[in-house]
Design a protein around this ligand. Structure first.
Ligand SMILES: *Cc1c(COP(=O)(O)O)cnc(C)c1O
Length: 373
């Protein structure tokens, strides 16, 4: 495959020497979990996002589940309470909700942004609604005045699934003054899975928040439910970050903004170069709002397009082919009909996207797309 959807080897190549050096430091340092590199990363996350607390977790799904679990432990939410979530998200957002006995209420996305349609949120609110989970899908910040006003009017928590958008900046201020996704709402889950814009070399995640109590509970929950050794306040889990991953992330964070700017250039070049009436290219938002975790086109003949691209040496992926409410594990929601979400699942296709792509490579991929008939 000449153009794989993503080569992690190529993506990490510029940082390999630096990462090998810090790996040696960690190995020789003799402290491997929740040590000084993890503390440093938590500080850097707070500084970068403009929030008060960060708690490193084992992965992104755990960040989301422990964030909601903490609200349950704090009595803010109870099993059976409802959380509004975009219907076209990755299943992990929904797993974090149902894992806590909370009930997902699926709301359709906007056909322009593919993010939660904030104008549909208020009509989905019931007496059991406790939170709105926004997902900054494909890297585009989902945040506006409508959302803030609805949450305030109904006293709801706004939690962010920031797995795909670390580094994105909203045009509208968050609830605590920051403009960064991950610090817009009351709490946020980050993923540092290797393919994300800020990717570790293994599993890693973090909860970020301005709420000191929430941070404290998440930290204990990820450590068997214990803040003081051998004293268990909660029935917790083991979800902590390795220092090795934290050290790699500290290296890569320095380059993240430059990488995200390059992704935006690539996205704009794709959009200028793709000229095929069968293909719908994505909207871009304001500068900095979209950090292009994925470059997602739409096509009525998506599966045929995918096979054609493969035959021409271009790897593509579908994010996502089956919406959560149509998954076998969510049989209880299979009867729901969410037409736009289901249409997107049939039409979306993610083209190669990483800051390593050269302009010539992007133009060549675009010209292959243009020859699709
Ligand atoms: C990647 C991802 C997650 C889960 O993160 P992991 O680190 O893989 O557990 C959650 N939500 C969304 C939208 C994601 O893209």
């Amino acid at each position: 495959m000449k153009y794989p959807h993503l080569s992690l080897q190529r993506a990490n190549e510029p940082y390999m020497a630096e990462m090998k050096a810090v790996a040696a430091e960690v190995i020789e340092g003799g402290w491997y979990i929740r040590g000084k590199y993890v503390s440093q990363l938590e500080e850097q996350l707070c500084r970068y996002l403009g929030c008060a607390h960060a708690v490193a977790t084992g992965n992104g799904l755990d960040a989301l589940r422990l964030m909601l679990r903490a609200y349950v432990e704090m009595g803010v939410m109870q099993p059976g309470d409802e959380v509004i979530v975009p219907a076209n998200t990755y299943v992990a957002s929904v797993l974090a909700i149902t894992d806590n006995g909370l009930v997902p209420v699926f709301v359709e996305p906007s056909a322009q942004t593919y993010n939660l349609d904030t104008s549909l949120v208020e009509q989905a609110i019931t007496p059991r609604t406790r939170a709105i989970m926004v997902v900054h899908l494909y890297g585009w910040a989902c945040w506006d005045e409508t959302l803030k006003a609805v949450a305030a009017r109904h006293g709801l928590k706004v939690v962010e699934d920031n797995a795909q958008a670390f580094g994105a900046v909203s045009t509208v201020a968050g609830m605590h003054g920051s403009f960064h996704t991950g610090a817009l709402g009351h709490a946020s889950g980050q993923s540092f899975y290797p393919t994300k814009n800020l990717g570790a070399l293994g599993d890693a995640g973090a909860v970020t928040t301005d709420d000191p109590k929430l941070a404290e509970v998440v930290r204990a929950l990820g450590n068997y439910g214990s803040a003081v050794r051998y004293v268990n306040v909660y029935k917790g889990v083991n979800s902590r970050m390795d220092d090795l991953q934290a050290a790699f992330l500290l290296v890569k964070m320095k380059y993240l903004d430059a990488e995200n700017r390059r992704r935006a250039e690539i996205a704009h070049l794709y959009t200028r170069s793709i000229d095929n009436e069968q293909i719908i290219t994505p909207q871009a938002g304001e500068p900095g709002e979209h950090i292009w975790h994925q470059y997602v086109v739409r096509c009525a003949h998506r599966d045929r397009l995918m096979h054609y691209l493969e035959s021409q040496g271009v790897g593509s992926l579908i994010h996502y082919p089956i919406p959560p409410h149509k998954q076998q594990c969510y049989r209880e929601y299979n009867h729901l009909h969410l037409p736009l979400t289901e249409q997107l699942a049939r039409e979306v296709l993610s083209l190669p996207m990483s800051s390593y792509l050269s302009d010539d490579e992007v133009r060549e991929i675009a010209s292959i797309v243009n020859r699709f008939a």
